[in-house]
Write a protein that binds this ligand. Sequence first.
Ligand code: PBG
Length: 307
Amino acid sequence: MRALVRETRLHPAQFILPLFVCPGEGVRREIGSMPNNYQLSIDELVKECVEVQSLGIGGVILFGLPESKDETASGAYADDGIVQRAIRAIRRETSRLLVMTDVCNCEYTSHGHCGFVKDNDVDNDVTLQWLAKTALSHARAGADIVAPSDMMDGRVGAIRQALDANGFEKIPILSYAAKFASVFYGPFREAAESAPQFGDRRSYQMDPANGREAMREIELDLEEGADMIMVKPALPYLDLIAEARRRFNVPIAAYQVSGEYSMIMAAARNGWIDCERAMFETLTSITRAGAGTILTYFAKPAARLLG
Ligand code: PBG
C-alpha cells in the first residue's frame, strides 16, 4: 500500500555519475575522501562507462586532470586535451551513454582559479573566451551536453553563440546556474586537484545566504539560452530547488556534491549511520524538492539497488 501511494520515486535514468579522468594507462586510483570513486585513465574510464550504461544510469559528467597546468588553462580547450580524448574513446565503446562535460578552468590553471587571473582577481570577460573554446572542443569531440560550472557572468550566452556559429545548435547547455561558494566541494578539489592556490571562489560563486540572487542567476542563464539549470550543492539548498521548480518550466538538476557524499560515507564507515538508507533518503529528498536529474557519486550503488 505504501508503494501504491508513494509520491516520489527514484529511477537510475535520473542519475548522472561524475567521473575523473587522468593521464596514463591502467590507472584506477581511489580518491581518499571519496571511497569507491577513482581517478581513471582513459582505458579504465571507458570500462567504467560501459558498466554505467549497462546499469541504465542517465549518463556521466566528465572532469579532467590534465598532464600539466598553466596560466591560460590551455589543457581545457586543447583538441587533444584529456577530456576531449576521453569523450572520443567513450564514443567508440558505448552507443547509448549520455556524455556530459563540465566546462571550467580550475582543473587546468596553475593557480586553481576558474578563469584568467589579473591583479589577484579573476577577469570575467577574458575567461568567457576560454569557456566558449572549451565547450566547442567538447562538442567537436562528441559530447551530448555541455555544463559550465565556472559562474562567470555571461558564459551561457558566450557558449551558446560559439556552439551555434559552428554547427552545434543542437547541443544543449546545462548551466550550473545557482552554484554556491560551498565548503562541501572540499573532497572534489582533492579528486580533481583543483583547489585555488590563493584566496577563494567567493568573487564568482554565490553567497550561501542569498536565495533571491540564486533565482536571478537562473533567470539570467535562461535568458542567455540555458536549456537546463542546476542548483549546487543539493541538500543544503533544497529550498532553492523547490523555489526554482515553482518558477521555471525547464528541467532542473541538482548536484549532490563531494562533501555531501563524503559525510555519509564517513559516518557509515564509523558505524554511525546506515549508508544505504542515507543514500536513498537524500536522493528522495532532492527529487521531492523538485530536481528531476541528480548528479551524484551514489549513481552506481543506487542504480544497482533500484534494479
Ligand atoms: C569546477 C567544479 C567544482 C565542482 C564541480 N565543478 C569545484 C569548485 O567549484 O570548486 C564541485 C563538485 C563536487 O564537490 O562534487 N569549478
